[in-house]
Write a protein that binds this ligand. Sequence first.
Ligand SMILES: C=C(O[C@@H]1C=C(C(=O)O)C=C[C@H]1O)C(=O)O
Length: 305
Amino acid sequence: MSQATQLGRRAVRIGTLSIGDGTPVAVIGGDDARWVSLRGHHGRSSADEVIGKARAGWPGPLLVEPFSAADLGAVAGHADGVVIGAAWMQDFRLVQAVARVGLPVVVQRGQAATLEEWLAIADYCAAEGNDQVVLCESGSRTHLGGTTLDLALMRAAAERSGRPVLADLGDDPALAPAAVAAGADGLLLSCGATSEVAEAAHEAASVVGALVRPEAPGSVSAARAAIDRVDAALATLLERRIALAGTVQRLKPVGGFRGRDMDRERRLVAAMARRAPSLGEARLAPVMNAVIEAGLRVAEEDSRR
Ligand SMILES: C=C(O[C@@H]1C=C(C(=O)O)C=C[C@H]1O)C(=O)O
């Protein structure tokens, strides 16, 4: 997605969390926001009790998936957003009632819903005067059993609607990097996701996000947070580079500082300068010299072990 397309999109605020519009990839069910579902116990759990408990344990942005319109009073009082669950997507009366609460709405795609049907629900909310809509791809039933996420559909929904999109990963973070690369503005984890799952989603949001999506921070703290994500990606790549350079030292007839190949170093700096034109070869050369020498030192230390 081009930066212009992304910045032209309608960001949605859920409590203190902003989704879309040049903001970092949010992890909902992780560090950025939490959600609870009132579908447990077939809707027999008390909305006030479940939401009250969630609120007591989490001061940040909180979303609630209602079981029915009867829950919306409790939701309105304590939540920052409402999730229309995939199984409820075409319950038009519920959708209408949810939109009228006035909180931001996350619309999960029904398991068999087409793009048109999904986008129509967002328009339905807008027709009720609530344009704060986020679309969440929650997967289709397929021959694989369970549900299979359709990241192309998620991307098409973002492009067609201009609305922020989420990928519903449940308890499996394996597709988190792919979802971020496909343009997800946020990752939705299951309500009870473990801290390991949340950490893996957060890592993908930071590292892959830094590589593939432009951000438009508007404050010093937001710009510093964006720099921290770029540094996370840089550190990941540096660690990988050190390992690969070490492999070359072991395989070359003469490795380490004695086998240094300045011609190869000049060529790689020139190639990098094409991707880093603001630095250019002259400024990049000392940076890469430091990186290469650090790698050679690590390789020499390793060879002595
Ligand atoms: C890895 C090599 O050994 C040295 C380290 C380099 C690097 O870290 O990129 C490049 C050239 C050599 O001076 C190599 O010869 O390719």
